[in-house]
Design a protein around this ligand. Structure first.
Ligand code: NAD
Length: 357
C-alpha cells in the first residue's frame, strides 16, 4: 500500500486543515515519510502536551495558524499554496463539548467546511479534496446494524448533527459546483470520509477514554469510566488515516468515479464496550485500576454504533489491518515510550503499520 501512496503523494503539495490536532499530527508524520510538501492550517494546539509540539510539527510542514472561519485568510493561504490535495480535518470534534458550545460547534464544523469549499471554488487548478466527518453522521437507531453510506443522516447531539450537516453541505457543493459530470470544467473531486472513534498515542484530548487512561496511569491514579457499556468501533488512528490517503489516491486516478462518501471502520467483530477496552489497556500497561462512575446527569451519548465498511473494501480495496487488541497494544506502547523521542516512536509505528523495514 505504501508504494502506491508514495507514487501518489511524493513531491506533491498537500493542504491539511487541523494539522495541529491529534489526527493531523499523525498525518504530518505520514506525509513526511511519503515525501509530500505540506502546508497546515489550524488553530494553535490547545492540549498540553500537544502531539504537534512533541513531533516538532513546525519541522514537518509549513504551519499556518488561522481560523477556518476566516475566509479571506484561508482563501489567501490556499490560493498562494496551489495544492494538489486538500485534507480537511479541522473541527470541534468532541460530543460533550458540543453541548457546552453548540453554536460554535455548528459554526466551525458546518460553516467552516463551507468556507473551505468556497476557497476551493477559487482554486484554478486540478485538486483532490477529502473532507473528514465521522461515523456519528448516521441517524443512530442503537440497533445491531452496520450503517452504510446511503443510510439516513441525522444526529442527536450538536457534534453529530453538525457533521451530518457538513455531509449535506458537501453533497450540495459537489452537485452544484463540483459535479463529477463536469469535472473537465472545474477540475475538482470532492469526497467525504466517515470513520469511528480512534485510539493511538499522543491523544490528550479532554473527555476521550484513551487520553483519560493514559493520564491516570502516568499519574498513578484510578481510571474513571463513565460509559462502561457503550460499544464503539475502536480503531488505531493509522487505520482511518490510511483510508483517507487511499481514497485521495483513488480519486487522483479517477476523480469522477471516486467523488463519493466512504466509511472507514474496524471489522464488526472488533467493536468493543468501553469497559473491555479499559481492561485490555490496563493489561497491556501491566498495572492500574479502574472505577465505574456513571453520571446520572450525563448528557446523551450514543451507546451502540457500528459501520459497514463493505464499500471501502469493494471500491477502494481498503480494509483495516489491526484488531482492536493490537490497536490497544500499540497505543499503550506509544504512551509508555514516547518521552525520549516522540517522533521516532510515531515513525516506527507508521513504518510497522505499512510493513516498511
Ligand atoms: N478522534 C476521533 O476519534 C475522531 C473520530 C471520528 C472523526 N474525527 C474527526 O477527525 C478530525 C480530526 O479530529 P482530531 O481527533 O484530530 O481532533 P483534535 O481536536 O485533536 O484536532 C482538531 C483540529 O482542528 C483545529 N481546529 C478546531 N477549530 C478550528 C478552527 N475554527 N479553525 C481552524 N482550525 C480549527 C484544531 O486546531 C486542531 O488542529 C475532526 O474532523 C473530527 O471530527 C475524529
Amino acid at each position: 500500500m505504501f508504494e502506491e501512496l508514495q507514487k501518489t503523494y511524493q513531491g506533491k503539495k498537500v493542504f491539511l486543515t487541523g494539522h495541529t490536532g491529534f489526527k493531523g499530527s499523525w498525518m504530518l508524520a505520514i506525509f513526511k515519510l511519503l515525501g509530500a510538501e505540506v502546508r497546515g492550517y489550524a488553530l494553535a494546539p490547545e492540549v498540553e502536551p500537544a502531539l504537534f509540539d512533541l513531533l516538532n510539527g513546525n519541522s514537518l510542514c509549513e504551519s499556518v495558524i488561522g481560523d477556518i472561519r476566516d475566509e479571506d485568510n484561508l482563501t489567501k493561504e490556499l490560493l498562494d499554496f496551489q495544492p494538489d490535495y486538500l485534507f480537511h480535518l479541522a473541527a470541534q470534534p468532541i460530543v460533550r463539548e458540543s453541548y457546552n458550545i453548540p453554536i460554535e460547534t455548528y459554526d466551525v464544523n458546518v460553516i467552516g467546511t463551507g468556507k473551505v469549499l468556497e476557497a476551493v471554488r477559487k482554486l484554478e487548478k486540478r485538486s483532490i479534496v477529502v473532507l473528514v466527518t465521522t461515523d456519528k453522521v448516521y441517524e443512530n437507531k442503537e440497533i445491531e446494524y452496520g450503517y452504510k453510506e446511503e443510510d439516513h443522516l441525522g444526529g442527536y447531539d450538536p457534534y453529530s448533527a453538525s457533521k451530518a450537516c457538513a455531509e449535506i453541505l458537501s453533497s450540495s457543493y459537489r452537485r452544484s459546483f463540483f459535479n463529477p459530470s463536469e469535472f473537465e470544467k472545474h477540475q475538482k473531486s470532492i469526497s467525504t470520509a466517515r470513520s469511528g472513534n480512534v485510539i493511538g498515542g499522543g491523544d490528550w484530548t479532554k473527555d476521550r477514554i484513551v487520553p483519560d487512561i493514559a493520564k491516570a496511569l502516568e499519574n498513578n491514579e484510578t481510571v474513571i469510566v463513565r460509559n462502561p457499556n457503550a460499544v464503539r468501533p475502536w480503531q488505531h488512528v493509522l487505520e482511518p488515516l490510511s483510508g483517507y490517503l487511499v481514497l485521495g489516491s483513488k480519486m487522483d486516478s479517477d476523480p469522477i468515479e471516486y467523488a463519493d462518501s466512504f466509511n472507514f471502520g474496524p471489522i464488526m467483530e472488533d467493536n468493543l464496550p468501553v469497559e473491555e477496552l479499559v481492561k485490555l489497556a490496563l493489561d497491556c500497561w501491566g498495572e492500574g485500576n479502574y472505577e465505574i462512575n456513571q453520571d446520572a446527569n450525563a448528557v446523551h451519548e450514543a451507546n451502540l454504533l457500528q459501520l459497514s465498511i463493505d464499500k471501502a473494501y469493494e471500491k477502494l480495496g481498503w480494509k483495516p489491518v489491526m484488531t482492536s487488541s493490537e490497536a490497544i497494544a500499540r497505543t499503550v506502547e506509544w504512551y509508555k515510550n514516547y518521552k525520549d523521542d516522540a517522533l521516532g516512536m510515531t515513525t516506527q509505528q507508521i513504518k510497522h503499520y505499512f510493513n516498511l523495514s
